[in-house]
Design a protein around this ligand. Structure first.
Ligand code: NAP
Length: 250
């Protein structure tokens, strides 16, 4: 599929990786729709884009809100050719915190919040968008931003489980819907230089981490865009997880 002229829907397009993808895709003449939690960021995107980007405020963990936002998006004539499931939260917490004097066990509330944001949302949005793609006989592409944590990462039970779920859905849907011409690709970034990464890790931890990355540096946002572009343009790619991690998982 060509990017120019494609209609691309991005969840969590208000900041970080999502925001970069939205701006790069719009610059390549895609028409971009955004589902984003933060209303101010939606207004900012709508004002700055001269009509090429249309942002809807929506909590993607809320199935009814997703359905309503997608209905109003479809009603404007925006029929997605590509969906990028990007909205997500990164969360680290040990299964049992041996040093805690209070509750030692991983909070159930944070487990639910992470699974809901990083996995439920992918199911809610993709199921509705794929139904629409099928109704419109589109040979669409669904890209989901996963993480190398899906391979198992100490201190990230909920996040790793959610992203492993995203990879499993990508393979399942590729097998289930490939016959209809739909493609599903996951992108698993390693550590990308975003505000969320810098908030999560101290300077010292970042320096230590970079010694373990074969390319000895964090990834840049362009590397994720290039993977997304490959997923959109290469029509023989489906059911795969593209690891963009400077070699960290090898
Ligand atoms: P980010 O800067 O925090 O961006 C996440 C975006 O998702 C924000 O715009 C956020 O909106 C939105 N969002 C969060 N919860 C939402 C909800 N319930 N409904 C709608 N939108 C919601 O994080 P990022 O680093 O760019 O991460 C983007 C994706 O890449 C995530 O799936 C993350 O797991 C994955 N990833 C990132 C890295 C990395 O190194 N950064 C590595 C591996 C994977 P608000 O700001 O309004 O909350």
């Amino acid at each position: 599929m060509k990017i120019a002229g494609a209609r691309v829907l991005v969840t969590g397009g208000g900041s970080g990786i999502g925001r970069f993808l939205v701006e790069r895709l719009a610059a390549e003449s895609a028409e971009v729709g955004v589902l984003e939690l933060n209303e101010e960021r939606c207004a900012e995107l709508n004002e700055a884009s001269g009509g090429r980007i249309r942002a809807w405020s929506c909590d993607v963990t809320d199935a009814a809100a997703v359905d309503a936002a997608l209905e109003s998006l479809f009603a404007t004539g925006f029929e997605p050719d590509v969906l990028i499931n990007n909205a997500g939260i990164i969360h680290s917490e040990p299964l049992v915190n041996m040093l805690s004097r209070g509750e030692r066990v991983h909070s159930r509330e944070s487990w639910r919040r992470v699974i809901s944001t990083d996995l439920d949302s992918v199911f809610f949005v993709t199921s509705r968008v794929v139904d629409r793609m099928l109704a419109k006989r589109k040979k669409g592409v669904v890209i989901s931003i996963s993480s190398i944590s899906a391979n198992g990462n100490p201190g990230q039970s909920a996040y790793a489980a959610a992203k492993a779920g995203v990879n499993a859905l990508t393979c399942t849907w590729a097998k289930e819907l490939g016959g209809m011409g739909l493609r599903f690709v996951a992108i698993a970034p390693g550590f990308i230089d975003t505000p969320s990464t810098r908030e999560a890790l101290s300077e010292a931890a970042l320096a230590r981490l970079q010694q373990h990355i074969p390319l000895r540096r964090l990834g840049d946002l362009e590397s994720i865009y290039l993977a997304a572009r490959h997923a959109i343009e290469n029509d023989y790619l489906t059911g795969t997880v593209l690891e963009v991690d400077g070699g960290l998982v090898i």
